[in-house]
Write a protein that binds this ligand. Structure first.
Ligand code: GLU
Length: 311
């Protein structure tokens, strides 16, 4: 049985939903929103929304409004002000400076073409080679193993040196990398639990390393199963996951709860979104959430989905 550190803790719980505005809410992002909301509210905690809009070329006009509208339609009401990463450049610059001062980062002159993918070979680690100028900033990975206990996926560890290598914290296009921005903002928003899709499980050790380097607290982590399509690809904006049919938000919420292993009673489909959320908060059990990838609940989309759960 998976232990449930989140439900055992009571002190000021704060969760968050951090969508990138690259398209409307889809089943996968709805699951992340619902799981994070219900897990936080179950302990009387706060639930914040943060718009991760740093990657401007990927932002889609109107996506923020559409995501927020759909959350409201599903009775997923957030607390306080919404945080927009695009307005937080000073905080990221300060974090980058602190990392540099503590010797955690180095300038890198390699282009993507210089690196044939895979683990960074350390080319600029000890100084830029002659003739190269700085393009990006990388984190100096000195730690071998970073392990943590995920409330759903269990004990997880990654050898950052061999599996990831020195990773980028400031991109060549001047955009702060997702890992750094997320860590800085989770700390700023005093997030105590990060509940999100397990496609980000492998990002977590990088984020923990940045937390350590900046002396920031580590939230609890719970990585939810990820909805996949018939080709076992994560349902996301990239593979044009269909937006949810929000003419019946109740049915979608019930599907999402079923997907998360909470076994909502059938008659809940006829309840209002607010009643469904309130049922979910009252009955949520992290131990019932299945691990890893699952096909979404059949019936929600018109394409044939694989019937088995791909756990
Ligand atoms: N912005 C990321 C996404 O939309 C989620 C980041 C996170 O939850 O840490 O996939």
């Amino acid at each position: 049985m998976i232990s449930d550190p989140i439900s055992d803790r009571v002190p000021s719980v704060c969760g968050r939903f951090a969508p990138s505005p690259t398209g409307p809410l889809h089943f996968g992002s709805l699951v992340a929103a619902l799981g994070s909301l219900v897990s936080a509210r179950r302990h009387g905690g706060r639930w914040l929304v943060r718009i991760e809009d740093l990657d401007t070329p990927r932002n889609v006009a109107g996506a923020v409004d559409s995501i927020l509208r759909d959350l409201e339609r599903c009775a997923m009401h957030w607390d306080g002000e919404i945080m927009y990463q695009s307005r937080r450049t000073d905080a990221y610059a300060e974090a980058l400076e602190r990392l540099a001062d503590r010797g955690w980062t180095f300038d890198c002159g390699c282009s993507r073409r210089d690196l044939a993918g895979g683990v960074y070979p350390g080319t600029c680690r000890d100084g830029l080679p002659r003739g190269r100028s700085a393009r990006s900033v990388r984190m100096r990975v000195r730690t071998a193993n970073i392990g943590f206990r995920d409330a759903i996926q269990g004990s997880t560890a990654q050898c950052l040196q061999t599996e990831v290598g020195d990773f980028v914290v400031l991109r060549a296009d001047g955009v702060v990398a997702y890992h750094l921005a997320t860590v800085v903002d989770d700390a700023e928003q005093r997030i105590s639990e990060v509940v999100r899709g397990c496609d980000l499980l492998e990002s977590t050790p990088r984020q923990i390393l940045i937390q350590r380097a900046l002396g920031l607290p580590r939230p609890e982590y719970a990585h939810l199963p990820v909805a996949v399509d018939a080709q076992e690809r994560k349902l996301g904006k990239q593979n044009l996951a269909r937006p949810i049919a929000f003419h019946s938000p109740g049915a979608v919420l019930v599907d999402a709860l079923e997907f998360l292993g909470q076994h909502p009673p059938l008659e809940l489909v006829r309840a209002s979104p607010a009643e469904i959320i309130s049922w979910a908060i009252g009955s949520w059990d992290t131990r019932r959430v299945p691990r890893r990838r699952r096909a979404p609940a059949p019936g929600y989309v018109d394409d044939p989905w694989p019937r088995s759960c791909l756990q």
